[in-house]
Write a protein that binds this ligand. Structure first.
Ligand SMILES: Nc1ncnc2c1ncn2[C@@H]1O[C@H](COP(=O)(O)OP(=O)(O)OP(=O)(O)O)[C@@H](O)[C@H]1O
Ligand SMILES: [Mg+2]
Length: 241
């Protein structure tokens, strides 16, 4: 569903992402881990189509992002680490605005979908309030609704759990799992090893722009020759290089 071929990004002299090759199957929740500055956000922005690669190819559901950007982007919902929202809109207005960006017709089906999403993310009571009055966690949940409005096959998420309280985090983790079980492919960066272990079917660790290890949490432990916590594996693998 997502295929990255020799994906590379240079920022002037810096190799932020260095020849990444990855293939992620449909319905997999993929966790992207790595130290600060490793290249996670850069990779995610390229997959979401908001940053142009220096080299390499991105294929989403068979569409080459460079050759057929609109078909590829139609498959993708993107939740950035620092989302932008029009704060003078209400939550409901914002979701209709996003639906319009995806050229979705204003049908009863769309209003049902938006209502269902607001219900799912526990924002129904706030739908008529201005976004500027939302707390950080509520904004975070609203941007997740917005990313799902066009029923994307692929959901790309940059650090989704930052700033969510335990209840919000539990809600989002459950929704991500449900989405994956329904066949949505998730690509998620996180610093939370607990989240990666609990939610992700597969994990890759990136360091200095290169993938240093990939597998299930269990396989990562084995590769590192350790039976311990994922945290120990992460620290050891990222320290060695
Ligand atoms: N716009 C930019 N211009 C120049 N260098 C950049 C730019 N954006 C990112 N970088 C550099 O690219 C490298 C990778 O950054 P990136 O934001 O992808 O890391 P990250 O893995 O998401 O880190 P974090 O965990 O802190 O979010 C870093 O060295 C960063 O300084
Ligand atoms: Mg980042």
């Amino acid at each position: 569903m997502i295929k990255l071929i020799n994906l590379t990004k240079f920022y002037r002299g810096l190799r932020a992402v260095d020849q990444i090759n990855l293939e992620i199957r449909k319905g997999v929740c993929f966790g992207f881990l790595g130290p600060n500055g490793a290249g996670k956000t850069t990779t995610i922005k390229m997959i979401a189509g908001v940053l142009k690669p220096t080299k390499g190819q991105i294929i989403i559901d068979g569409h080459d992002l460079a050759k057929d950007p609109s078909a590829a982007k139609q498959c993708v919902g993107f939740i950035p680490d620092r989302p932008f929202m029009y704060e003078k809109l209400t939550g409901l207005e914002f979701l209709y605005f996003v639906a319009d960006l995806y050229s979705l017709d204003s049908t009863p089906m769309l209003s049902r979908r938006i209502g269902d999403l607001l219900e799912l993310f526990e924002l129904r009571h706030w739908e008529e309030e201005l976004i500027e009055s939302y707390s950080h966690g509520m904004k975070q949940r609203l941007i997740m609704c917005a990313a799902l409005v066009h029923q994307p096959k692929v959901l790309i998420v940059d650090e989704p759990m930052v700033g969510l309280d335990p209840k919000g985090a539990r809600l989002v983790k459950n929704i991500f799992r449900e989405q994956a079980e329904k066949g949505t492919t998730l690509f998620m960066s996180t610093h939370s090893l607990e989240v990666a272990e609990e939610v992700c079917d597969e994990i890759a660790i990136i360091q200095k722009g290169r993938i240093i290890v990939r597998g299930t949490a269990g396989e990562l432990r084995e590769q590192a020759g350790m039976g311990g916590k994922l945290e120990d594996v992460f620290l050891r693998l990222t320290q060695e290089r």
